[in-house]
Design a protein around this ligand. Sequence first.
Ligand SMILES: [Zn+2]
Ligand SMILES: [Zn+2]
Ligand SMILES: [Zn+2]
Ligand SMILES: [Zn+2]
Length: 314
Amino acid sequence: MAPGSSTCRDMTDSRISSVDYDTLTLNTEWRSSSLGKSATSSRGNLRTSFKDGVHELLECSVCMTMMYPPIYQCPNGHTLCSNCRGRIPKLCPTCRHELGNIRCLALEKVAESLELPCSFQDLGCHDIFPYYGKLKHEKSCKYRPYTCPYAGSDCSVTGDIQFLVMHLKDDHRVDMHDGSTFNHRYVKSNPREVDNATWMLTIFNCFGRQFCLHFEAFQLGAAPVYIAFLRFMGDEQESRQFCYSLEVGGNGRKLMWQGIPRSIRDSHRKVRESQDGLIIQRNLALFFSGGDRQELKLKVAGRIWKSTEMDTGY
Ligand SMILES: [Zn+2]
Ligand SMILES: [Zn+2]
Ligand SMILES: [Zn+2]
Ligand SMILES: [Zn+2]
């Protein structure tokens, strides 16, 4: 596949902003507890209906998301979230009365007393959290879904690793390789055109886990460079069990890099910006390519292994 030639099909419309994501998880959570699946609501019907009632009270009448302090109300008692209050005209959307600046402290207090299961209960998290601590926990919950590691477009598909591997294969047509060593060729006919649109992704399957090999062109200050780095499809803690090396060369010269794969919890952009990978200046890359330096022809060899104490320096 030529660099930059892949397209992310049918994905553009499904982009979800982080705010909407919170909404989404909260709504899902609300639905699951109203079905009686949540840990607390299963204690009794009375309790379930009380909880559902409170949930309904805590739902903003305008945007339907769960409200967090400051919660506002109109003089007639219609509540709405601070987001909507800042967004809509000065009239209450329910009774058209002027909104004013009235906090609904009672509702804020009720919310404070609630305890809710993590939204990722179905994915394995069985912790219970106070209403106000839940969102914070979910942002770093180890059971939260991963975001698609594809680098060519802003793909917002989320899921567990198994699901994402299938998604990369089926929807992004990413190359899959078995084994812990590799030899990869990157060819580009117009290497002068360095921009962030040049990238490639290959998935390696070894040790029963998956790794993403990224190859990207970008501008480092004024210098056009290429970077190759590995990301681990799993959490950071686990990624530290692995090491990898990359080498690129030609014309009797060689450049080597050894590193620890970064978790896909870190975006490829973040890894690229931290320069945590094999960086090749364009001039050197063209020198490695041989010939008349008009075409980029890089051979990147690499290896992944389970780290020992010697590798990590402990
Ligand atoms: Zn709202
Ligand atoms: Zn009102
Ligand atoms: Zn959790
Ligand atoms: Zn994707």
